[in-house]
Design a protein around this ligand. Structure first.
Ligand SMILES: Cc1cc2nc3c(=O)[nH]c(=O)nc-3n(C[C@H](O)[C@H](O)[C@H](O)COP(=O)(O)OP(=O)(O)OC[C@H]3O[C@@H](n4cnc5c(N)ncnc54)[C@H](O)[C@@H]3O)c2cc1C
Length: 268
């Protein structure tokens, strides 16, 4: 399929990109890796009047530790996050998650900022951002992850707002992310993440609702001394996932419990 006609401009700074977005108006879209936006445009599910390409903005892909936090530039590709020694040292869970996103082509082009801004319920990084209380930084403000993922494909980003970085806490204790999928490069049917930090557990779930989910009931049960198997039974508390071609709601809830147990047990 061929996308509808659109204008195109390449920005060399965040300021220029914001100016271009303002000039083009509400129908313009940021173009990062293009691996979610272009397929939607080809299917004509998205018909932006203009694309503002941010791939030429120097430094927007920076990965660094600063002030005890891990700063990942919005334009950091999945492959860079996976290969980054800083990420491996400071938040190895994130490096593991990056290795699980799509296939090689997607990992070479797709960006963390794109996944976060797109807010697909099956996106992997949003789960990690939510469960670890990460911050989403834009050209205008800093938004806590818990206030960012409002609904499926819905965030508080304004039309002229660009995600510049995602700031994670440092956590290099036991961790695991497990994605259940039919083929290695598929999106998660359901995903579960476990991270030990600050003496407790953080548990997150992918694709069990319109937004990522933090499984606080599991965290609390673990805190009270429950075994992984007992605690994981709470992973489906309050969930109301919608069914799709790959899994019924009941099966997704079952997966949430099973994968949570495995993630905690395999966290090492
Ligand atoms: C076959 C396939 C399998 C995939 N599997 C997975 C998977 O398993 N897990 C997973 O998480 N993802 C998966 N993806 C998605 C992939 O990770 C995309 O790269 C990602 O969703 C979007 O990132 P992008 O850089 O390509 O963004 P783009 O496609 O360029 O943009 C996506 C949306 O975000 C907006 N946007 C992009 N960057 C910014 C920014 N900095 N500020 C504001 N808005 C911005 C765009 O305007 C657009 O609306 C898959 C994609 C495909 C095609």
């Amino acid at each position: 399929m061929i996308p509808a006609a659109f204008e195109y401009a390449r920005a060399s700074s965040v300021e220029e990109a914001v100016k271009l977005l303002k000039n083009y108006g509400e129908d313009a879209k940021v173009l990062a890796g293009g691996h979610s936006l272009i397929p939607l445009m080809r299917l004509r599910l998205a018909q932006p009047s203009a694309l503002v390409d941010i791939n030429g903005i120097k430094g927007l892909d920076q990965i660094k530790e600063s002030g005890g936090k891990l700063h990942i530039g919005a334009l950091a590709r999945h492959v860079s996050i996976h290969n980054s020694q800083v990420v491996k040292d400071k938040l190895p869970l994130l490096a593991e998650v990056a290795a699980e996103v799509g296939d090689n082509q997607i990992r070479n082009m797709g960006t963390i900022g794109g996944v976060v801004a797109h807010a697909d319920a099956a996106g992997d990084y949003p789960t990690i951002a939510l469960m670890l209380d990460a911050d989403i930084v834009t050209n205008k403000r800093t938004i806590a992850a818990k206030d960012f993922f409002k609904d499926i494909f819905t965030t508080p980003l304004a039309a002229d707002e660009i995600v510049t970085e995602i700031v994670f806490p440092v956590a290099n204790g036991p961790h695991k992310y497990i994605k259940f999928r039919r083929r290695l490069f598929d999106w998660a049917i359901v995903g579960a993440a476990a991270q030990k930090m600050d003496g407790g557990w953080r548990i997150g779930l992918t694709n069990v609702g319109p937004t990522p989910v933090r499984a606080k009931a599991v965290e609390e049960a673990l805190h009270k001394g429950a075994k992984p198997e007992e605690a994981a039974q709470h992973a489906s508390d309050g969930l109301n996932p919608s069914g799709d071609l790959r899994a019924s709601p009941e099966y997704k809830k079952h997966l949430a419990r099973v994968l949570t147990k495995r993630a905690i047990e395999q966290a090492g």
